[in-house]
Design a protein around this ligand. Sequence first.
Ligand code: FAD
Length: 375
Amino acid sequence: MSQPQVKNVVVIGAGVVGLTTALKIQEKGGYNVTIVAETFPTDPKTIKYTSHWAGAHHVSAAAHDDLRQQKLERETFDVMWELSAPGGEAEGCFLRAPQTEYYLVPQANPDFLSFSPDFKHLPPADYQHLPNVVSAISLTTLGINTPVYLPYLLARFLARGGVTVRASLQHINQVLEGGVEALTGARAGTRAVDALVVCAGIGARALGGVEDKDVHPVRGQTVLLRAPWIKSGKSLVGETGSQTYIIPRRSGNIIVGGTRVPDDWYPVPRPETTLDILSRGLALCPELAPPTVRAERAPTVDDLKPLIIEEGCGLRPGRKGGIRLEAEWFALPEAGGRKVPVVHNYGHGGYGFQTSWGSASVALEILEKELSQSK
Ligand SMILES: Cc1cc2nc3c(=O)[nH]c(=O)nc-3n(C[C@H](O)[C@H](O)[C@H](O)COP(=O)(O)OP(=O)(O)OC[C@H]3O[C@@H](n4cnc5c(N)ncnc54)[C@H](O)[C@@H]3O)c2cc1C
């Protein structure tokens, strides 16, 4: 009996989206998966790799009428909740923690987070100390310890036989025509690529063959503090999403954010923005200051400065129209006109962690559908 042929799939990108997509395809079975990327999780942080800079937490941000994104976020929550279970496979990558959302604008669907454990609406007495807040909810959700979670995804991929190749691609044809061997100096074309998946994040704007000008940066700046006494998260949410937020990580480090500025490419933190973030963070969560200080007097921003581990900024890969999840076929004239499907999975904006497993599932579905059609 003939065995089904194993297909060679190349994923471009080793951020949270590329790693999760590569795993999803690999774990389906029937595929050899190779990740090609310029930057990997354990590399020094760079503005070209957004996943290093995320908070990150899972608090759904989809618009009330954006059913696709709600579905992606919901599926991702279910996967991460299981991974984070006590004794679960990746418990150490997550902190299950109480979260309070303070809204500055009325919510079109105030119950849309009601799938979250311990969801409840808070009475005005719980938020009237915060100016302009019109309502508030609390729930239990996941803080993702990104410096641990990203290497976990990579380790899981490698342990199941995945291959990685470091390369900065100018054009997707550099992989499509000669396979990954063309990048490694080995004899090119010995293992033809059956399909390519593009998870290049903000890189999709410049990558030849994709060059998607709907992709643009939405810059976010944060401050990482050492404050292990903080065990719950808080966000102040305005018209365009969370304006100020506190995300505790399992390590005892706390992300305080943030900013959300479209088309701002500035690659390093601005000192005046750091001060503004700390001052907003302290107003939302005075408990950021050390308990010894708070026992004696009202804390100030100066009390937070000694707690700073790092100031950071990243470019969220925003995209007009949202995440691109679709396929197109590329003909290779130099390879006898052979056609290869290219599946796109990029443009995750400020929600790449919390949509990662859901969008990887959709990318896998598209991949299998395309591969089942010979062109
Ligand atoms: C301050 C901040 C806070 C955030 N908080 C959250 C949060 O709480 N929850 C949440 O869900 N999301 C959050 N996000 C958003 C999240 O970080 C992004 O959506 C996510 O990291 C995007 O992942 P990605 O894999 O698409 O891109 P990246 O992480 O940027 O990865 C892109 C990959 O593609 C590779 N690549 C690109 N171009 C090329 C090329 N030409 N050749 C070779 N390789 C290439 C890169 O090397 C890299 O490996 C936050 C973002 C910021 C900045």
